[in-house]
Design a protein around this ligand. Structure first.
Ligand SMILES: [Zn+2]
Length: 122
């Protein structure tokens, strides 16, 4: 079980998409894609905070260029997604043929003979 990653900034409710890592021995703050695991000196950031991050005095910032990908969806999201895909991909199959009663000839068809009685009038 894992909970959704949230931006670590106080009061920020947004979803984290980046991880800020302080590399102390190089005085560098690295803003990169969201780390798979939280480690010491790392802070999850939402995209606005990741982009607006400024380094402390004397520090450099190395920022991931490009789009920040949102983290992988949770299991529930995956299940919902899979079902949506299945639904969309489901072919429109014709209904299976039902037992076709009309395939058998009716016993009332195919009259034989058109005999009728002709009254004698002479
Ligand atoms: Zn934030």
């Amino acid at each position: 079980m894992r909970s959704p990653r949230r931006c670590s900034r106080n009061g920020c409710p947004r979803q984290a998409v980046a991880t800020l890592t302080y590399v102390y021995n190089e005085s560098t703050a690295v803003v990169g894609p969201l780390a798979a695991f939280a480690e010491p000196h790392t802070y999850d950031l939402c995209e606005p905070h990741a982009r607006s991050l400024t380094a402390p005095r004397g520090w450099d910032v190395v920022r991931h260029e490009g789009e920040f990908e949102p983290p992988p969806p949770t299991t529930d999201d995956l299940v919902a997604l899979a079902e949506a895909v299945r639904e969309a991909a489901r072919p429109v199959t014709p209904r299976p043929p039902e037992d076709d009663q009309t395939a058998y000839p009716s016993p009332h068809t195919g009259r034989r003979g058109h005999l009728r009685v002709i009254p004698p009038n002479h």
